[in-house]
Design a protein around this ligand. Structure first.
Ligand code: MG
Length: 348
C-alpha cells in the first residue's frame, strides 16, 4: 500500500518565516533529497527566541535545562508527537528519557488516546525500547475506570468506545458495560421511538469508537435524558496525530455529537482536566511545582500543566507549530519550548 507523506519546513530569516515548501513522496523507500541534519532543517535558536518574544515561552537553553534538572523530580511525557509518531520513534527521545532515568528522575507516560489500554501502551513502550512499568502509564481509558471505581459507581455503563481499551479497563475494576461494536441504523423514526433502554445503565462514557453511529448517538442521548445518569468523556482531541494528507477524527468529534444531542456537558477525564494528575499525585505523592509536563499540544498538554500547577515544556515535533505558539490566539503559553525533546539532552 502506498501512503503519501507531506513534509513541510519553514526557513527562518531575521526572525520571520520567509518561505515554506511542501513535497510528497511515498513512505516506502522514501529518501529525503536533502539530509535531515542539513542546516536548512535546523532551528536557529536566536531567531526562534525572537519569534517568541510576544509571549512568555522561552526557548530551552543550557541554563534553563540545568534549572530543570536541579528543580524537577518528575517528568510527565505525552507520547504521540513527543516520544514517537506515526512513523516510529522521534529521534533522540529514547536517549533523553534514558538519561533522565539515569539521573534518578521519575518518568510517567500520560496520554489522552482512549483507543488503547495501559497494556497496549506498555507493549508499545517495550517495542520501542522505552523503560516502562504499568504504573508509569496513565491513559484516559484507565482514568475513566479509576474515576468510576473511586466514586463507587453502581450500575452498567453505556460505552461508546473500544472493548479492548475502555472495555478492558472497566472490566479490570469490575464495572459492566454495554454498547460496543457496530450498531448500524435500522428502521425508521416510528421504530426508533419504540426503542427499549437498559434500566441498569447509569453512566454514558464516550471515548474513541470507530463504530460511532446514528443509533449509538441516539441511545447515548436517550440515557442522558435521565439527569441521574452520569456523562463522562475521555478527551476532546479533534484529531488523532497523523502526518500526511488524511485527517483522522479524534474522540472529540464523537463527544461533540453526543453532547449536542443530549444538551449536556460531560466530565472530561483526560488533559487538560486534572484527573490524570490527581491519580498520579495520590499514588506517588507528587509535588506539582517539581513536575514538568512535556507535550506537543497547547490545548491539552500545556493547559493541563497550567491547570495542575506544573512546569511545562512544549516540543514542536508533533501537533503544535511555532506559528501557533506565537499567535496572539494561542490557547496557552508554556514556560519553555524546544524543537524536539532531545534539545534537552544537549545540556544534561
Ligand atoms: Mg501528543
Amino acid at each position: 500500500m502506498v501512503s503519501l507523506l507531506r513534509f513541510q519546513t519553514t526557513l527562518l530569516t531575521n526572525g520571520r518565516a520567509t518561505l515554506s515548501f511542501t513535497f510528497k513522496s511515498t513512505i516506502l523507500n522514501w529518501k529525503p533529497l536533502i539530509p535531515l541534519n542539513h542546516s536548512l532543517f535546523r532551528f536557529e535558536r536566536k531567531q526562534l527566541s525572537s519569534l517568541s518574544s510576544s509571549n512568555m515561552a522561552q526557548l530551552i537553553n543550557e541554563a534553563k535545562a540545568k534549572d530543570l534538572i536541579e528543580n524537577v523530580d518528575t517528568f510527565l511525557f505525552d507520547c504521540d508527537g513527543v516520544l514517537w509518531d506515526g512513523h516510529g520513534m522521534i529521534e533522540g527521545s529514547l536517549e533523553t528519557l534514558l538519561k533522565l532515568k539515569e539521573l534518578g528522575k521519575k518518568v510517567f507516560y500520560v496520554t489522552n488516546n482512549s483507543s488503547k489500554s495501559r497494556q497496549h501502551y506498555l507493549d508499545r513502550c517495550k517495542q520501542l525500547g522505552f523503560p516502562a512499568e504499568k504504573e508509569e502509564i496513565v491513559c484516559t481509558a484507565y482514568i475513566a475506570a479509576a474515576y468510576l471505581k473511586k466514586i463507587q459507581f453502581e450500575g452498567t455503563v453505556y460505552l461508546i468506545g473500544k472493548p479492548d481499551s475502555l472495555g478492558e479497563e472497566l472490566s479490570q475494576v469490575g464495572i459492566k458495560y454495554v454498547g460496543t461494536g457496530p450498531d448500524p441504523v435500522e428502521g425508521v423514526v416510528e421504530d426508533w421511538l419504540k426503542m427499549s433502554v437498559n434500566p441498569e445503565v447509569k453512566c454514558v462514557l464516550v471515548g474513541f469508537d470507530p463504530h460511532i453511529s446514528y443509533m449509538k448517538i441516539m441511545k447515548a442521548a436517550t440515557y442522558l435524558k435521565n439527569p441521574n445518569c452520569l456523562y463522562l468523556a475521555t478527551n476532546e482531541d479533534a484529531n488523532l496525530p497523523a502526518k500526511g494528507d488524511v485527517i483522522v477524527p479524534g474522540t472529540g468529534c464523537m463527544v461533540v455529537t453526543v453532547t449536542h444531542a443530549a444538551k449536556r456537558s460531560p466530565e472530561i477525564m483526560g488533559k487538560p482536566e486534572a484527573h490524570m494528575f490527581e491519580v498520579l499525585q495520590q499514588a506517588h505523592g507528587l509535588d506539582p511545582s517539581r513536575c514538568l509536563m512535556v507535550g506537543d499540544s497547547l490545548t491539552t498538554d500545556m493547559k493541563f500543566a497550567k491547570n495542575c500547577g506544573m512546569r511545562s515544556l512544549l516540543v514542536l515535533s508533533g501537533i503544535a507549530t511555532l506559528e501557533e505558539l506565537n499567535s496572539k490566539d494561542a490557547p496557552s503559553t508554556p514556560e519553555l519550548y524546544a524543537p524536539r525533546l532531545d534539545e534537552l539532552l544537549k545540556y544534561i
